[in-house]
Write a protein that binds this ligand. Structure first.
Ligand code: ATP
Ligand code: MG
Length: 180
């Protein structure tokens, strides 16, 4: 599975629809302070279901919607689409390309889609369990997180290894069946 493309519109500093292509080698994003580099990783976390305003470096969820500048009005919604190449079938869907979209209005109503079909956030979370992708996955390592992993409690480290080993999915299903 590879990260192919990210589309960002009305999200934080990205007013106009912006397409970012990731090639198969290393992609570096460079720019002056405050130019929006971290907003790109926020967009990836958000589209995959991050619901904590603090984790997205804001105080309210609405802070992810473009709030305007001296010359521009704010927008009514934010939308991010992330596109994965799925040639190896790592995402358990019979598609060579998987697109996840999230749109959120100022009412805070969120719409999630998998390949343009509306779905629940739960469906997206389940799709990416054990792939390392997602809010609790290890594919996005933030500043300071490496130190956190090295010094974290054994139980926290175990969670990272379980996700990498592919057993999180089974643990979640066991937990859900115990609740029933
Ligand atoms: P640094 O190099 O300092 O880490 P950066 O390139 O990572 O900077 P970001 O933190 O991604 O920068 O971007 C910060 C910019 O995003 C600020 O200029 C801020 O005003 C703008 N911004 C954040 N939220 C919004 C919003 N909702 N609407 C408009 N602009 C926003
Ligand atoms: Mg930054």
């Amino acid at each position: 599975m590879i990260l192919k493309t990210l589309y960002i519109q009305g999200f934080k500093s990205f007013l106009h629809k912006t397409k970012i292509d990731f090639n198969e080698d290393i992609t570096c994003i460079v720019g002056p302070n405050g130019s929006g580099k971290s907003n790109i990783t926020d967009a990836i976390n958000w589209v995959l279901g991050e619901n904590s305003a603090k984790s997205l470096r804001g105080s309210r969820m609405e802070d992810v919607i473009f709030s305007g500048t001296d010359k521009r009005h704010g927008t009514g919604f934010a939308e991010v689409t992330i596109v994965f190449g799925n040639d190896d079938g790592a995402i358990p869907l019979d598609f060579k390309e998987v697109q996840i979209t999230r749109r959120m209005y100022r009412s805070l109503e969120s719409v999630f889609m998998i390949n343009n079909v509306k779905c629940r956030l739960k469906d997206i979370k389940e799709l990416f369990l054990d792939t390392g992708i997602g809010k609790d996955g290890y594919s996005l390592i933030g500043q300071g997180q490496i130190e956190g992993i090295l010094s974290s409690k054994p139980e926290d480290r175990r969670q990272i290894f379980e996700e990498a080993a592919g057993v999180s999915k089974y643990k979640l299903r066991k937990h859900e069946s115990e609740l029933k």
